[in-house]
Ligand binder design. Structure first.
Ligand code: KG4
Ligand code: ZN
Length: 352
């Protein structure tokens, strides 16, 4: 089954052609993030205007790179939410237009289900296993899922305040580093000491699998004030603060994964997905801390951050596990919960 994926939930415009959820024939991403480097985030209207201009050329390039035409496709999978409304509308209106013009059914995909599917593209030789513990970490969410299939599972824990990507982005802004903050902090942290500065352990004594990142962000602000560190920081201090802050954020994630594994010994693999899964520091910390259970992340960095290959993959899995999704009526929505989409009915009682 050949699916065209379209993803425009934030500042990027992406189109991909994916066969059977795993073989990526093309994955084109046009990102506007360079326009927002000097700011702490994206300007929504500006992002949507840019997406209107590039969505058709990006789709065209994806089809050409995949060496297919619209006639070869079986369906269009498009991100229907959550995200920036104007941006989402560019993708979904384009999908509706192509659907009418080429008589192709649409599969609406929840953006987070796309991230949850992102360890499959490019992994035809060794497909990931269930049940999996999926740590989904990006600029918009920090969730831990127990998944029994591609489209079934339950949420074990989630952030009570900021997402971890947001904590990277806001922390970078305090340190005078560009947006997006995760890669900027990782770069300067390379030469820093992870134990140079102490950060508090979030939700200490709380035995849920939830996360909290806003306290670490506040601790960073107080650290800069108390140590009298002002932007631009000296190279040594910047490296040490960035390394200690990155370690604190990633340790909180690893602590929760460790606890979840202790509670669910049936888990076959840990999957790390979302923009923050691009963090090589987080990858190695999890691998060290988890021991026997294999840890996997997307096959390429391009599948960690927002991309259409994961949306096409999720569309494929929705169609194979839930054929009724084909051509379902849907709304484009800035906020949308995934729990209602993937919850195992028999496991709902007692779950979050
Ligand atoms: O999934 P994504 O592209 O967009 C959302 O759906 O939010 O994630 C973007 C987030 C940003 O907060 C960015 O700082 C973070 O992913 N990120 C990283 C790294 N690369 C991107 N965080 C830590 N380390 C990285 N290498
Ligand atoms: Zn995302």
């Amino acid at each position: 089954m050949l699916i065209l994926g379209i993803e425009t939930s934030c500042d990027e415009t992406s189109a991909a052609v994916v066969r059977d959820g795993v073989t990526v024939l093309s994955n084109v991403v046009s990102s506007a993030s360079a326009r927002y480097e000097a700011l702490a985030g994206v300007i929504p209207e500006d992002a949507a205007r840019r997406q209107i201009e590039c969505v058709i050329p990006v789709i065209d390039t994806a089809l050409r790179e995949a060496k297919v035409t619209a006639a070869d496709l079986h369906a269009i999978a498009v991100t229907s939410g959550p995200g920036l409304l104007g941006s989402l509308l560019v993708g979904t209106v384009t999908a509706r237009m192509l659907s009418a013009a080429f008589r192709l059914p649409i599969v609406p995909v929840h953006h987070t289900l796309g991230h949850l599917s992102s360890v499959w593209p490019g992994n035809a030789a060794k497909p990931p296993l269930f049940p999996s513990l999926t740590l989904s970490v990006s600029g918009g969410h920090s969730d831990v899922w127990l998944r029994t299939s591609h489209t079934r599972g339950r949420l074990l824990g989630r952030t009570r305040d900021d997402a971890v990507g947001e904590a990277f982005d806001k922390g970078a802004s305090m340190l005078g580093l560009p947006y997006p903050g995760g890669p900027a902090i990782a770069k300067v942290a390379e030469t820093g000491r992870i134990d140079a500065y102490a950060f508090p352990v979030p939700l200490k004594g709380d035995d849920s699998l939830d996360f909290s990142f806003s306290g670490l962000k506040t601790a960073l602000r107080y650290l800069l004030r108390d140590e009298k560190l002002t932007v631009p920081l000296a190279e040594r201090a910047l490296a040490d603060v960035a390394a200690s802050y990155q370690h604190a954020l990633c340790s909180h994630l690893a602590d929760r994964v460790e606890l979840a594994l202790a509670r669910h010994p049936e888990i076959a693999e840990v999957h790390l997905v979302g923009g923050v899964s691009a963090s090589t520091y987080l990858r190695s910390l999890l691998t060290q801390r988890i021991g026997d259970v294999p840890v996997r992340w997307p096959a390429s960095f391009g599948y960690c951050t927002d991309n259409a290959a994961m949306i096409a993959a999720a569309g494929h899995f929705l169609l194979t596990e839930r054929p009724e999704e084909l051509g379902r009526k849907f709304e484009t929505a800035a906020t949308a919960s995934l729990s209602g989409v993937v919850n195992d009915p028999e496991e709902t009682a007692g779950s979050r």
